[in-house]
Design a protein around this ligand. Structure first.
Ligand SMILES: Nc1ncnc2c1ncn2[C@@H]1O[C@H](COP(=O)(O)OP(=O)(O)OP(=O)(O)O)[C@@H](O)[C@H]1O
Ligand code: NI
Length: 309
């Protein structure tokens, strides 16, 4: 692994400027003080339940947030802090996204043109044919338009587009739903190969079991922040190797580990607790946890819990 991360997210917070009934306005804080480093040659999986901020992070990196989003903190690529113009310049070239929604396909452009670009060089077209073959997309798919694709086909087209972009960083936001197991595994294998060739992959997924097996590191998101970032092996090993009570609870909630549900709910952005965001659900909480909790290093991983050791 290289020393310097290729992508660095530091103290990122995102709020949406919202209008309530009448004239009341408020800022809804959906990402809080989030930190994440990604290195070339690795897959970092992001695990976290619905609404934990996974897609927003992806959109923040790509410069795709809506206009009412207020962003603070920094996102750096190859050591340079990016502004919106930088992100737009890099998007699709050095930073590629496999979007969570297949609605991102351009409805008026044939698949072949979307995936390889207009008048693509022969080398790229050859590569595209190879990827299509691996993802079981028939040759005639190139000539089709998005409305003619099934959901699973559209997702494989989006994966192909990101892979062919040649980007150094690919953020894949739920690339496997709608794919059968064989296709899902083939997709992840392609990402693994890209990482092994030196690309950096951020894999956002609900399928945490799959993530633990394919990724090098795992970041656990909760209510818009990171609670633990650690070696994927720790997540395979279990609670003793993990650091945060939520990571341990997630592990125990897997079917093969006892299927024990995590009691309580992730708090809604409008009603976040002041200190530790996991506070209301935590079995070890104390008054000390009501302060703002920074990430700290514990046993080679990062964790946001004062009691982790
Ligand atoms: N444009 C927006 N305006 C207001 N709130 C938003 C907006 N976009 C997202 N949010 C809120 O931000 C939070 C994080 O959303 P995000 O889409 O990043 O979640 P996610 O982790 O990707 O969830 P999922 O697993 O369901 O895809 C959610 O509470 C969501 O409702
Ligand atoms: Ni999402």
């Amino acid at each position: 692994m290289e020393k310097e991360p290729i992508l660095t997210v530091k103290d990122l917070s995102i709020a949406f400027h919202m209008y309530d009934k009448g004239l009341e306005q408020y800022d809804l804080k959906v990402i809080s003080n989030l930190d994440l480093d990604v290195y070339s040659g690795e897959i970092v999986a992001i695990a976290g339940s619905s609404g934990s901020g996974k897609s927003l992070l992806a959109h923040a990196v790509m410069g795709l947030l809506p206009e009412n989003a207020l962003l603070s903190g920094t996102i750096a690529y190859k050591g340079k802090i990016l502004d919106l113009a930088d992100k737009e310049k890099l998007r699709g070239k050095e930073l590629a996204l496999v979007p969570q929604s297949v609605a991102y396909l351009d409805p008026l452009m044939s698949i072949g043109t979307q995936v390889s670009g207009k008048g693509a060089p022969k080398k790229k077209v050859t590569l595209q044919k190879k990827i299509f073959q691996r993802l079981q997309l028939k040759e005639n798919v190139e000539k089709l338009y998005p409305f003619q694709l099934s959901g699973g086909m559209a997702r494989r087209v989006l994966v192909s587009t990101a892979v062919l972009s040649g980007a150094d960083v690919i953020i894949a936001d739920e690339p496997t739903p709608g794919l059968d197991l064989e296709m899902a595994l083939e997709t992840l294998k392609i990402f693994r190969e890209l990482a092994d060739e030196g690309k950096a992959i951020v894999l956002i997924t609900h399928d945490i079991d799959l993530a633990f097996h394919i990724a090098d590191r795992v970041a656990v998101f909760y209510a818009g922040t990171t609670l633990e970032i650690a070696d994927a092996n720790d997540f395979l090993e279990g609670p003793e190797a993990l650091r945060h009570p939520y990571s341990k609870a997630l592990w125990k909630a897997l079917p093969q580990n006892g299927f024990e549900p995590v009691p309580g709910f992730q708090p809604y952005a409008k009603y976040l607790p002041g200190g530790c965001l996991y506070f209301p659900r935590c079995p070890h909480r104390s008054d000390e946890c009501e302060k703002k909790i920074p990430m700290k290093n514990v046993r080679g991983g990062r964790v946001r819990c004062i009691y982790a050791d």
